[in-house]
Design a protein around this ligand. Structure first.
Ligand SMILES: C[S@@+](CC[C@H](N)C(=O)[O-])C[C@H]1O[C@@H](n2cnc3c(N)ncnc32)[C@H](O)[C@@H]1O
Length: 370
């Protein structure tokens, strides 16, 4: 599978779209929004450039995309009032893979711009210029030294590809029965995933190092794991339950076992050490902050609008995974049945275990360009 050609969040605004199923990511980034704002403020006060270049990498489509841009815009307005200077113009570069639903974002832009500047006189508009830059963030996307601030949320844990070492010479998976590193995975599986992450993270930093000005900042929010162990009750747990849901479909004859065996996700949850080592090795940035944040068990109110927590997680995973699943299994893959099973297995697990034992970790990495 060519991740770059295939992978996209479910577009539009229908019931299975990412736009309608991204509230968990929103909650996650809201918890750490103060770090984004503090970083932007510090950066702005230090340089007050006439034109501030901002990129959002893996912007997707839906309410989260423009909500972060609004936060940044408003914080710049506030500081410039405080220091009695006209606010800089903002150049906003929205990035995602080419099959992302950029049209939905563009359609929302006129109202968005109006809402930033409610008292606008007809004909005038806020100094914010937005454009889309489709492509993989594992390569160059923007002109040299064009960015002051880079934001990315819940995107960098996606690898550029499924590690090729997961398949033997005959193309058979060495990670049968699992779709990510799991309890029964041979050691080579974790090694292959880490190798891919190391390579991708290096490419990511190297590309940004040309694009970000000296002193510029990046706030990167992504999923990670607690310690050196790969299998925990955070991210790997969610994939294990998904693998179990697939096994149930196989036992009912709804999907072929061989197809499930070869299905692996291009995902990696890095550890703090791996992230720090990656930044050091590439050498263009220094770590200003590396904060760990986990959802509170209170976030997991049993139901929200009559929808259980398990169902909400399942819908979020579906909106993210659907494109690569249909690419792998074909259009006839019974997604309803798969994600109904997944939702009920998740609800069972959440009921059995104490909520706070089962939660993915979010890392917030603040980097400064040297
Ligand atoms: C779960 S969404 C997060 C969207 C949004 N930032 C949010 O917080 O809700 C992850 C996004 O990363 C994008 N993505 C994954 N790999 C990418 C890559 N190599 N280059 C650009 N975008 C990528 C996906 O297409 C997807 O839209």
């Amino acid at each position: 599978m060519d991740v770059q050609k295939v992978f996209h969040m479910t577009g539009g605004i229908g019931s299975t779209s990412y736009a309608k199923n991204s509230s968990l990511q929103k909650k996650g980034s809201d918890r750490v929004k103060h770090i984004i704002i503090e970083t932007v403020e510090e950066l702005y006060l230090a340089s007050t450039p006439k034109s501030l270049g901002i990129a959002d990498l893996g912007c997707s489509s839906g309410p989260n995309t423009l909500s972060i841009i609004r936060d940044i815009f408003e914080s710049i307005q506030k500081i410039s009032q405080k220091i009695h200077q006209p606010a800089s113009e903002l150049r906003v570069y929205l990035n995602d893979l080419p099959t992302n639903d950029f049209n939905s974002i563009f359609r929302a832009l006129p109202d968005f711009l109006m809402s930033l500047w409610p008292e606008t006189e007809p004909g005038s508009s806020p100094s914010i210029f937005m454009g889309a830059y489709p492509g993989s963030f594992y390569g160059r996307l923007f002109p040299n030294s064009s960015l002051h601030f880079v934001h990315s949320s819940y995107s960098l844990h996606w690898l550029s590809r499924v590690p090729p070492e997961l398949y033997d010479e005959e193309g058979k998976s060495i990670n049968k029965g699992c779709i990510y590193i799991c309890g029964s995975s041979p050691e080579e599986v974790a090694r292959a995933y880490y190798k891919q992450f190391r390579e991708d993270f290096w490419k990511f930093l190297r590309a940004r190092s040309a694009e970000v000005v000296a002193g510029g900042r990046m706030v990167l929010i992504f999923l990670g794991r607690r310690g050196p162990e790969h299998v925990d009750r955070g991210d790997s747990f969610l994939w294990e339950i998904l693998a179990r849901s697939f096994a149930i479909l196989v036992s009912k004859g709804e999907v072929e076992e061989e197809k499930v065996d070869s299905y692996e996700v291009p995902f990696y949850a890095a550890s703090r050490e791996e992230i720090e080592e990656g930044v050091r090795r590439e050498g263009s940035f220094e770590v200003e902050r590396l904060v760990v944040s986990a959802s509170e068990s209170g976030d997991r109110a049993e139901t929200e609008g009559g929808i259980s927590y398990g169902k909400r997680v399942a819908m979020a995973v579906r909106a993210i995974q659907e494109s690569i699943m249909t690419n792998h299994f074909g259009d006839s893959v019974p997604l309803e049945s798969l994600f109904d099973t997944y939702a009920s297995l998740l609800d069972q697990q959440f009921a059995i275990h104490h909520h706070h034992h089962i939660q993915p970790l979010t890392f917030v990495l603040v980097l400064r360009k040297l």
